[in-house]
Design a protein around this ligand. Structure first.
Ligand code: PMM
Length: 429
């Protein structure tokens, strides 16, 4: 609140660092000073620095990029070897406010040495990261909307050997009853799997996998209550599951089956691309990364590109960093801590931490069925970082906890009555 200078009493200033995670929140803080309305937009653009990581920036582009950043008042960190030409490319971290990026990008678009492509990538990454507007994801039969609140995907493993619930729902009737129970508990999506993907699991013949899941999918499709996802590595299983009533394919092999994207495109289904390496048999030995976040990001971007090329619409793609899949416990924690970064890919982000061993390992090793609180905590952290969907076994507890996250988030967005919705919907133009 403003006070007239002459009458202002000498009261303490109380410096308080503002937590403002959205443009709406920033704008509200600025409006609260009774500043000139014209200035609100200008200052909101200045209020926050977005560090943006770029990889493989060519030697010729890097100095120009840094120069242009400095010219708008930002900066760019890059390899020292750029100065003496001892490297041919560099990773870069750009440091600029929204307003500075808006001045930078048109300049880059007019420059040679792939700077125009860099501008496109930065623009897309920033917009994907800040996007908050709800999005509809069409499925084969039914679709769903992400971004209104955190969606809960309930797990139904029709397997004898899944690590946390193997054998419990192998009988189709038991699996269907379990899925219906998850719907009553508040599941928004149902993920049906017929092959365990735990490290070292025995591969299942696609016919066996289908025999397990088909009756379950058919019954749940008949219920018509929730979109159904099929958790599989095999294109043929996906094809038949979609014909039986599934809406979305949860591809836990990151397009390991070259026919998968075409099957999904042909059926008009949605595709969840989960990061992994190798197969369940080999993934435990494939955990070497130089930079796990950058490499998972790159692999997901590449998979999304090939899915698009095969005809899967951008509005039908979702991404998942695949916690525990070809990741050490530390790598899974690092990914969970930075899961919001994956929003920069421009697709809804799904996170599955439920009952995983990286959670069990944090305390004297706990059994999967003793990981409820840890799983709920992980789901809350993922949602808080901007995951759109969490994949969980314990639906009721997760739904109750996520209601808190979503309610808190509603206080970071625009006031319903303030007319500032634009700041949340779209970044400042
Ligand atoms: N985790 C498991 C299986 N499928 N799918 C996605 N998209 N993300 C995951 O993290 C994931 C998955 C692990 O096995 P489980 O079904 O026994 O939890």
């Amino acid at each position: 609140m403003a006070a007239e200078a002459s009458r202002a009493p000498a009261r303490p200033f109380r410096a308080r660092v503002l937590e403002a995670s959205s443009f709406a929140d920033l704008a509200r803080a600025i409006v609260g000073t009774s500043s000139d309305p014209e200035g609100v937009g200008i200052m909101t653009r200045k209020a926050r620095i977005f560090p943006v990581a770029l990889r493989h920036v060519p030697l010729k582009a890097a100095p120009l990029l840094k120069q242009e950043l400095l010219a708008v008042g930002g900066d760019a960190a890059q390899a020292r070897g750029i100065a003496d030409h001892s490297v041919v490319e560099t990773d870069v971290v750009l440091l600029a406010t929204w307003g500075q990026y808006q001045r930078l990008l048109p300049k880059l678009r007019r420059q040679p040495f792939r700077l125009a492509a860099i501008a496109e990538a930065v623009d897309a990454g920033l917009r994907g990261y800040v996007a908050r507007a709800p999005r509809h994801v069409p499925g084969r039969h039914r679709g769903f909307t992400v971004g209104e609140r955190t969606l809960v995907m309930g797990v139904v493993n029709v397997t004898p050997d899944s690590f946390s619930d193997g054998g419990r729902w192998l009988d189709p009737e038991a699996a269907v009853a379990h899925a219906r129970q998850l719907v009553l508990e508040g599941a928004d999506l149902l993920d049906i799997g017929g092959e365990s993907t735990r490290p070292g699991a025995t591969p299942v013949d696609p016919e066996v996998e289908l025999a397990r899941i088909r009756p379950v999918i058919e019954a749940l499709h008949k219920d018509g209550s929730r979109p159904i996802s099929v958790d599989t590595r095999h294109a043929e299983v996906a094809r038949q599951a979609l014909a039986a009533g599934a809406d979305l394919v949860n591809d836990v092999s990151l397009l390991g089956d070259p026919g998968m994207a075409r099957v999904v495109a042909g059926a008009g289904a949605a595709l969840l691309l989960m990061h992994t390496r190798g197969t369940p048999g080999t993934m435990a030995g494939l955990t070497r990364y130089e930079d796990v976040r950058a490499e998972v990001f790159e692999a997901l971007a590449e998979a999304a590109r090939s899915a698009s090329e095969a005809g899967v619409g951008a509005d039908r793609i979702l991404v998942d960093p695949g916690l525990g899949f070809a990741k050490s416990a530390a790598q899974s924690l690092e990914l969970l801590a930075h899961v919001g970064e994956f929003r920069s890919l421009g697709y809804p982000v799904v996170v599955g931490a439920s009952r995983k061993s990286f959670l069990g390992a944090l305390r004297p090793e706990s059994r999967p069925d003793e990981r409820l609180e840890a799983s709920v905590a992980a789901a809350v952290l993922a949602a808080r970082s901007g995951a759109h969907v969490v994949r969980v076994h314990d639906v009721a507890a997760s739904v109750r906890a996520l209601a808190v996250v979503d309610a808190v988030r509603s206080h970071e967005g625009p006031h319903a009555s303030s007319g500032e919705g634009d700041w949340a919907e779209d970044p400042p133009p």
